[in-house]
Design a protein. Sequence first.
Lengths: 200, 474
Amino acid sequence: MTPTTPAVTPGHAAHDAHGHGPPAEPTVFGLLAEFETADGMSHAAAKVQAAGYTRYDCYSPYPVADAVDAMNFPKSEMGTVMFVGGITGACTGFFMQYYLNAYGYALNVGGRPYLSWPSFIPITFEMMVLTAALTGLFGLMALCGLPRYHHPLFNSKAFDRASRDRFFLCIEFVDPKYDAVTTRAFLNELHPVSVEEVPE
Amino acid sequence: MATAELPTTRPAGLPPEPEMHPLILNKHGLVSIGDAIGGVVLNGKHPRGWWIGFLSGLAMLQILAVSVAWLFYMGVGVWGINVPVAWGFAIVNFVWWIGIGHAGTLISAVLLLMHQKWRTSINRFSEAMTIFAVMCAGLFPLLHMGRPWFFYWLYPFPNVAGVWPQFRSPLTWDVFAVTTYFTVSLVFWYIGLIPDLAALRDQAHKRWQRIVYGLLSLGWRGSAIHWRRYEKVYLILGGISTPLVLSVHTVVSFDFAVSIVPLWHATIFPPFFVAGAIYSGFAMVVAIALPVRRWYKLEDFFTDHHMDIMGKVMLATGFLVTYGYFSEAWMAWYGHSLYEWGTTMERMFGPYGWSYWCLIGFNCVFPLTLLWSKKIRTNYFWMEMICISVLIGMWFERYVIVITLTREYIPSSWGRYAPTIWDYGTMVGSMGLFLTLFFLFIRYLPMISITEMRELLPRKQGGGGGHSIMENAP
């Protein structure tokens, strides 16, 4: 697993691990194909997946379910993340109230039991929603690696339209099947508007 | 893996999509949507209406500054609050504002779960309204504290006195409910904004705009995998915001219903409060959306069809609220409680009876006779009048509830209540705060979701042909 050339970045070290030898020029992020329609991108994603590429992604101005299904991306993990966050918040909320009103500062209100659980439900619920929402936001940012302001794709002028009206598919340099010539030829077969090499 | 053939049109097994009113008028494409909505923010040219709205809001905000300064200098005694009516305008305005806020969450979350595509043109706008309305609402309990700099005493925090909050009290529930509501609304709003901010970043020509929107968009690049996670978070947030919005106004109603004051101690309160919240919230959304869509020529996105639907929702919630008024009187009569019935009579014909009839007139009679007609529901002038009437009526509803304290059990504890000029100043000032924030919002952020409108656009125009969050849950 040790990189053969000390100068390479971690991404290229992974490339070495696949037995491709030292990368020739560690300056390329990948090949970016531009499509006019969402369907064009989804079809291409299915072909790219079938051809055995593993390190590629699609980019679109709005979510395209077909594309991510074609990429074989499983159901999102965010549900689990938010569920765990919510349950943690609910338990914290409930036991905080119980502990504080029974032990921390024992309050006898009209002779009610210390564990008067029905009156603890509203705050338990609110705490659950609060923590679920916050884990949702921060979990999304963590899993997507955001904020990330300097992504190689932003080097491409055409990529500005990924948030507007164009659909992109990028096969990354770190993909074990990546080859500057054959991958480009393969992408050209998928009817893109253009294929461009994006510098790292 | 076999090469999957992807459907380019709707799969054959599904029934054909019903013919509906178009939700986006004219021949828009992906680019023109961005230009129409994003252009408002990026071009910096603003119609006279914006300046009138913003400057009047700013002027009213100065009234708030003066009122609050005087309040801090003199103490809460400058308000008309007294012993039977200990909260007065502060709680009237608190409940009014938080109720207005509820429409935003209802539109963004509940209608999302119910597959109501028309919500897309108003959800951003209404969520912003929620956030600002909750800010205005939060102002009143804070000011009413007398020493607002100790607001953090409301929360459990370790302190040398070893004192902790009383978690069995609805007032403590309220603190948690409102804090959670504000935070979750902000999170929901911001997550929805991220892709739009990225779109603005790429569309902007000015350097500062690219920097600011770029920073706020967190470097979003529209990756398919990110979109899938994003949609999941959005869907779950919709799912948990739905019970949240119901819980918040329920907890607000508990502030009253858990007491033993006649006509407050009623099980009808939580649903009745929630219905009233939706009623006033929709009224506020329409009241603001109508002039704004005209100023910015956004009729293609907020269509007459939208007005029609919103009018119907108001009609339905208006009748729920009216049923609440009927039920209150009915239960008082049928329950054979001397105090309930006596208080009802005082409410209707006592010294503050005029406010009860204002409530019935503004909230029930005027809107609910007019809203039946589609012509009126799609008429600019009449809808604006109806919405303002509902906003006034819903304010009177809370006033009538709070003023009940002047006539309850024992005549010796009866009293009178009159707001002072500082009560009115704070109320008008809170409207100024709301308007100022709102007009700044439409100036600096896209008031309609660009991304969701693009997704909603029919497939033949380049869009997604609907919402995958709604129809094909991630």
